[in-house]
Design a protein around this ligand. Structure first.
Ligand code: PGA
Length: 248
């Protein structure tokens, strides 16, 4: 099964109008001749209109880093799926480990957000992954299965993307080895096969956690790794482009 790889940049809470313009212009011009990889960036919500304007006719897609599970109304500080769509977002990251751990998003809230995103027509990038403590306790598969099951109990993973991001590898410079990552990716695909074999084969499973230009190739070479969700390195045009090239 041929899955088109996806490389998505998660800019987190970084950037300014000025830095974003420079970054996008370098990424756009450096990737115009790159085919066989889907590329996306997820800016802080306030910059989505700026990004939308710059990328209006571009091959680069963009999306949100988070979204509210509610449709509209009295939810101060939140952003609705319809608002992301109003600026032509294609993707939205759901359940990033920073949202889960710092903002206490539970498995069930993550599942609600996933459903809201899909119903609206956005492609959710569902993040799953274990902490260091959980890996050391040998419960990685159990944790990832629990995070997936919370979503598959209420929806399917058609028109969705999964990002496996071991929490201990995020922003730490510690990358999972290609073998460690592949092991969990294969587990995820096999686990999803139990509910729907077609979707399990089709769904892109990205790896995230300290992916850089220098280690992307060996990770993306693995059978079940279909690209990456890139934090730190997505803020550097040259490094991000190297990662995109490694996915082809
Ligand atoms: P990192 O972040 O590449 O900086 O480790 C990845 C992520 O959190 O999505």
């Amino acid at each position: 099964m041929m899955r088109t790889p996806l490389v998505a940049g998660n800019w987190k809470m970084n950037g300014s109008q000025e830095s974003i313009k420079a970054l996008l212009s370098a990424i756009s011009s450096g990737s115009t001749n790159l085919s066989g990889v889907d590329i996306a960036v997820c800016p802080p919500a306030i910059y989505i209109p700026v990004v939308a304007q710059i990328l209006a006719k571009s091959h680069i897609a963009y999306g949100g880093q988070n979204v509210c599970e509610k449709e509209k109304g009295a939810f101060t500080g939140e952003i609705a799926t319809s608002m992301l769509l109003d600026f032509s977002c294609k993707y939205v990251i759901i359940g990033h480990s920073e949202r889960r751990s710092i903002y206490n998003e539970s498995d069930s809230l993550v599942a609600e957000k996933f459903v809201a995103a899909k119903q609206a027509g956005l492609i959710p990038i569902l993040c799953v992954g274990e902490t260091l403590d959980e890996r050391e306790q040998n419960i990685t598969e159990k944790v990832v299965a629990r995070q997936l099951d919370a979503v598959t109990a209420v929806d399917n993973l058609d028109n969705a993307v999964i990002a496996y991001e071991p929490v201990w590898a995020i922003g730490t410079g510690k990358t999972a080895s290609p073998e460690q990552a592949q092991e969990v990716h294969a587990f995820i695909r096999q686990h999803l096969t139990q509910s729907n074999a077609d979707i399990a084969q089709k769904v892109q499973i990205l790896y995230g956690g300290s992916v850089k230009g220098s280690n992307a190739q060996e990770l993306f070479a693995k059978e079940d790794i279909d690209g990456g969700l890139i934090g730190g390195a997505s803020l550097d045009a040259e490094d991000f482009l190297r990662i995109c090239q490694a996915a082809v």
